[in-house]
Design a binder for this molecule. Sequence first.
Ligand code: GLU
Length: 390
Amino acid sequence: MKLSRLVEGIQLSVTLALDARAKRLAAEGRDVINMAVGEPDFPAPEAVQDAATARVQSGDVRYTPAAGAPFLREAIAAHLTETRGVDYAPENVAVCHSCKHALSGVLLATVEPGDEVLIPLPAWVSYFELVRIAGGVPVEIPPAAGCRPDLDALARAVTPRTRVLMVNSPCNPSGYVLTHAETEALARLAVEHDLTLISDEIYRRLVYEGEPAKSPVSVGPDARARTAIVDGASKAFAMTGYRIGFAAGPPELAAAVTRLHSQMTGSPNTVSQAAYAAALREEPPEVETMRREFAERREILLAGLEGLGLETPRPRGAFYVFPNVAPLLDERGSVGFCEDLLEEQNLAIVPGSAFGMDAHVRLSYSLPKDLIQAALSRLEAFVLARRPSS
Ligand code: GLU
């Protein structure tokens, strides 16, 4: 079949492809440790499971409006008002099938063909392709030391075609959490150059030290007026398979995203909407238990990587580490490194090239501590065999 030029140019998501490969190898009997995919390894909280079950059993599982069920839009608006310190109403919110779906909706709603979208590196794999799908041009801006955003480079990269700035704090893959001063500077940059700011806040709850993540909407009314918050249930409530998220911004943006989704996907999953509303309403205690467990795993992994002499920016949030493996790479770069690691040690991780930084690799710590220790031993064996002897 003849396929469109658009899809011919699109890559399969590297994170999802690697996860599928690791699972396939495990199903074939290989003892694979999978640190490739970013999904909490915890069950969804009990209140979430109960709400989903109750909704199924009620029989009321028909379509909701494309913008989302009124009860969930209200719950999201109340949650945003409380946590971001700025008033939100249901008409500011478009419920989506996931955070990814919300990001694509916002990009399609705001980007004209040829518009430039600033993406501070490292950035999550799908940003680049979602921008291209929307007809935009991703403009990648390498970071300053420690994977912090290079504010001067970002300001210099603005051209008359720049339309959008995408920020993600805590960041997938580096775990970097923007300081409040950096958030303010990025918001000012957007206001000064009349840019739309897409703030991906999916890891907002998973911060382990220092000041909490600040949303650009709380910087001031000018910033709020141009910001689309994207967030969802997957990471905060261990609800990845429920597929539910949202975009929130000015009412005209929520309405535009809804118009798109009314044609493309229709009503978000009714059962998942009930489950997400319960999560937001009840703030289940399992969430804090999960955050603490992630915090402990992070320490184990960081100590192990330090022991291996791998320079790793200290992640304050999310559940990834992003060590620099440049001295260990051959001409195939981080892709070759990850292929060999999977082949030789049965350890699946993600090449940094997928996030725009080929000198690095991403390890997800969404697996129990004993497996993290076992993964570190495998990595050690691999690194020792590969390190040039001095
Ligand atoms: N966001 C997660 C990750 O980076 C889930 C997989 C995906 O959708 O890319 O691994």
